[in-house]
Design a binder for this molecule. Sequence first.
Ligand code: TXA
Ligand code: MG
Length: 315
Amino acid sequence: MIGTDLDVAISFLKKGELVAIPTETVYGLAANALDSMAVSKIFAAKERPSFNPLIVHLSANADPNDFVFGWDKDVEHLSAHFWPGPLSILLKKKDTIPDIVTSGMDSVVLRKPAHPLTQKLLEKLPFPLAAPSANKFKQISPTKAAHVEKSLGSEIAYILDGGDAKVGVESTIIDCRTKPYTLLRHGGISKEEIEKLVGPINEQIKAHSNPLAPGQMDQHYSTSKPLQLSNDLAKTLKEKQGVAVSVIYFGKLDLHQWSNTYCLSESENLIEAAAHLFNAMHLADQDNSELIIVGPIPNKGIGRAINDRLMRASH
Ligand code: TXA
Ligand code: MG
C-alpha cells in the first residue's frame, strides 16, 4: 500500500513490520534497528545476503554517542556541516546496535536523513531505523514510491510516499575510525566538499569479492537488459545502427533518429543528472529496446557517484 500517513507507518514499524521510507537520496526499506527480528525481515524481502550490513538512520536530535564509540569533536564538526543530509559515517559500534544490523562487524554506519517526512517519522519513533535502499538485491535503486512498489510491493506493509528523491544517488560513506578518514562509497556529498572541510581523505572504493562495503561489489544497480558505457556516443551509436537501443546521455545532443532517449541534464548540471539517473535506468529497462547505451559523464563532484553506479550497472 502506498500512502502519506505517518501514523500508519509508525504503527507498522512499532509492530516490527517493514515500511519503505522516502529519503533525499533514494527510498529506504526500513525496520526498527534495535529489533533483530524486524531487521531480519529486511534481508528476506530484499533477498540480500546477510553479510551485507545496513545503515542506521537517526532523527535530527538523536545522540550518536548512544550507538558508537569515537564521536569526537572532529566527527561532530563533519556531521554538523553535512547532517541532516546524504553523508553516512562509519564508527565502532556499541552493543545497543544488534549484530544483525552490521552483519557481525564491530562497526556501524550512521546517517541523519534530510527528507522532511522521514525526519518527522524518526522524531516520533522511540528507535532508529535500519534501512538499505528499497530494491531487490543488485537491482536499480528506487527514487520514486512507484519504483518501490514495482520491486517490493508485495513484501512490505506500507510505502510512505515522499515524492521524487531530490539527490537521486545514495549517501556518501566515510570511515571515521582513523585519520585521515577513508571514503568507502561515492554519493550525494562529493569528495571535494568533504576535503574542503577536513583536508585530504583516503579512498577505498575498489570492488572486492569480500567487500568491506558491499556497495563495493562489482555488479550492482543492474538493469535486466545489458547496459553499455560509451566514451564516444556518436561513434558507438553509429556501430549500433539497426539495433534497438535506449540512450541515456548528458548535455544537449541531437538524437532525433533514436526513439528511446533519456537526457540526464540538458544544461550539463551534474546535480540534476544524479537526480534523474535511476529513473532513466528504470525507464530504459522497461522500454522496447534490447540494449542500453550510456554516454560519458564528467568524473567530478557528484559525477563520481554517477559513474560509480553506472560502472557497476554495466554488463
Ligand atoms: O543513501 C543511502 O545511504 C540509502 C538511504 C536509504 O539511506 N541507503 C543505502 O543503503 O544506500 P544500502 O544498504 O543500499 O547501502 C549501504 C552500504 C552498503 O554498501 C553496505 O555494505 C555499507 O553501506 N555498510 C553499511 N554498514 C557498513 C559497515 N559497518 N561496514 C562497511 N560497510 C557498511
Ligand atoms: Mg543499495
